[in-house]
Design a protein around this ligand. Structure first.
Ligand code: GLY
Ligand code: MN
Ligand code: MN
Length: 523
């Protein structure tokens, strides 16, 4: 092409690639336009909100962390906006560790950083060893150019946000402009033996903050050419681990959030049952199911806590089936694993396996009952004093026994259950439980001795979710079992002497499931 004729060469020359996003529309640049856009807006409200109910709980969490790392600066980023494609971002969700320590959930606050600064013993927040300050990009005033010109951060484009004072009042934290964060993170970093401050970072959340800390560590090292990077990584990892372990036992406010998330999830499952006749008649019935649940998640909560698994027939045997583009056929089972994330970012994680036509066949019921009995055995083991791993052991024993009864186990029961056997895992390949909270797989960086080998305590919230999955392609089992996948997943709160089933509002017993579905269609 003759670019000289078209004038393209002249237009593109020297224009940085990142500016070319503006080539699709004309953006006025005249001073007259800027002056006009910067004036005539009603002032933003500076009314202070009431303190949120989470604030004292978040303060107590920071106080516990302060006790663990008394003399060190702790840096906990929220994370940046994440690009979905080109110039389109995902909705913002802060890192769960940041949300836990600040109490900030939905939308708050891209690029923010919480810095816990060590102070003299007893002079910190709540008599602790640190003062905590939240650094974030404040709302640009309506008289600023950013207000209308920044499509990523300007209130003209994305809606108004709370200012520094308002966020401070909401969560009871000192707040400062993000521009001051660099100094707060890097000042006086150095070897404590020589009066410097040791810094620990929640790493891999915000690359910019990682780079800032790496640079200051390098610049202040006694011997920069021989830095012990693995020791520094280990130090940061200890903070990550501590933040994860801090979430193992939920406080009263968190339990309320979990109950809200589960209640919305129960409503989502009810919507799915209502929509099943349409799903059956649709070539991608699983998408109909997924969409019905998602609508509830957005109406009642912030989002899904994780991608919904809407799996009918043989797809139910595919553990991470999130493509959800299959048919939903009468006569098959539908395995729906879905959870609503509340605005606070706490999520439910529930699975029910439903007979699409409202009635379990004999073999479907046989498999379903085995899974239910396994879940009940898991419930019986879920109590303070037992180990977390006992829940899995109890559930899996029931499943292995049933597999033996049906002639499917290739070895004797005890051999299968021994460490060197485990043949039953062909049909129940996942764990029975995981902690649940801000992340669907919460507390994932906790040490094994506090997780799998940990003692169950009052206030823990976790799932009980045994399943059996017999694939169409599995030639080791009789044909009648093939294409049947069943999981029953409930969310439990550990009480003083047992487990409260938070998701008990959804029926579990097979006859109750049938009656529930029939009741929905009758009404
Ligand atoms: N939905 C993910 C899980 O059950 O762990
Ligand atoms: Mn789960
Ligand atoms: Mn699940």
């Amino acid at each position: 092409m003759n670019t000289a004729d078209s004038g393209l060469e002249e237009l593109s020359e020297g224009q940085p690639l990142e500016d070319r996003v503006n080539n699709r529309s004309q953006r006025p640049t005249s001073q007259a336009f800027k002056d006009f856009m910067s004036a005539g807006w009603a002032p933003s409200s500076d009314e202070l909100p009431e303190q949120a109910a989470v604030a004292p709980h978040a303060a107590a969490r920071r106080r516990a962390l302060s006790e663990r790392f008394k003399t060190e600066r702790l840096v906990i980023p929220a994370g940046p906006l994440k690009v979905r494609s080109n110039d389109t971002d995902y909705r913002f969700r802060p890192h769960s560790g940041f949300a836990h320590l600040t109490g900030l959930g939905l939308d708050h606050e891209p690029d923010a950083v919480l810095v816990m600064e060590p102070v003299e013993e007893g002079t910190g927040d709540d008599g602790g060893h640190h003062t905590a300050t939240l650094y974030f990009r404040p709302l640009a005033g309506t008289d600023s150019e950013e207000f209308y010109s920044n499509a990523r951060y300007g209130a003209f484009w994305i809606g108004s946000r709370l200012n520094l004072e308002q966020v401070g009042a909401l969560v009871g934290l000192r707040t400062r402009n993000l521009a001051e964060a660099e100094t707060a993170i890097t000042s006086n970093v150095g070897d404590p033996q020589f009066g410097g401050i040791s810094v620990r970072l929640l790493r891999k959340v915000d690359e910019m903050v990682d780079a800032l800390v790496d640079t200051v560590r390098y610049n202040t090292a006694m011997d920069p050419d021989n830095m012990d990077f693995s020791a520094l990584d280990a130090k940061d990892e200890e903070l990550t681990e501590a933040l994860s372990e801090l979430r193992l036992v939920k406080d009263a406010w968190e339990v309320e959030q979990m109950k809200e998330a589960v209640a919305a999830t129960v409503n989502g499952f009810t919507e799915v049952v209502k929509i099943l006749p349409r799903a059956i008649s649709h070539p991608r019935g699983e998408r109909v199911v997924e969409g019905a649940f998602f609508a509830r998640a957005r109406e009642e909560g912030n989002d899904l806590g994780y991608d919904t698994i809407a799996a009918a027939g043989n797809n139910a045997t595919v553990l991470h089936w999130i493509r959800n583009n299959g048919e939903v056929r009468a006569g098959d089972l539908l395995l729906l694993d879905a959870g609503v994330e509340a605005d606070s970012l706490y999520t439910a994680d529930v699975t029910r396996t439903l007979p699409v036509n409202g009635t379990f066949s004999e073999v479907q019921r046989r498999v379903y009952q085995a899974v239910l009995d396994a879940a009940d055995a898991g419930f019986a083991a879920a109590k303070p004093g037992n180990k977390f791993r006992d829940v899995h052991a109890a559930a899996v024993r029931v499943l292995a026994e049933r597999l033996q009864d049906w002639g499917l186990l290739p070895v004797p029961l005890e051999e299968a259950l021994s460490e060197n056997g485990q043949q039953h895992r062909r049909w129940m390949p996942h764990g029975t439980s995981h902690h649940l909270g801000l992340d669907v797989h919460d507390c994932a960086q906790a040490r094994r001795e506090l997780y799998l080998d940990g003692i169950i305590e009052e206030g823990m919230v976790f799932t009980i979710e045994p399943g059996l999955y017999f694939k169409d392609e599995d030639l080791t089992i009789p044909e009648e079992y093939r294409g049947i996948g069943v999981r029953i997943e409930d969310d439990v709160l550990i009480t003083a002497d047992g487990a409260e089933n938070l998701s008990a509002a959804l029926p579990r017993d097979p006859s109750d499931v049938e009656d529930w579905m029939a009741g929905i269609y009758a009404s």
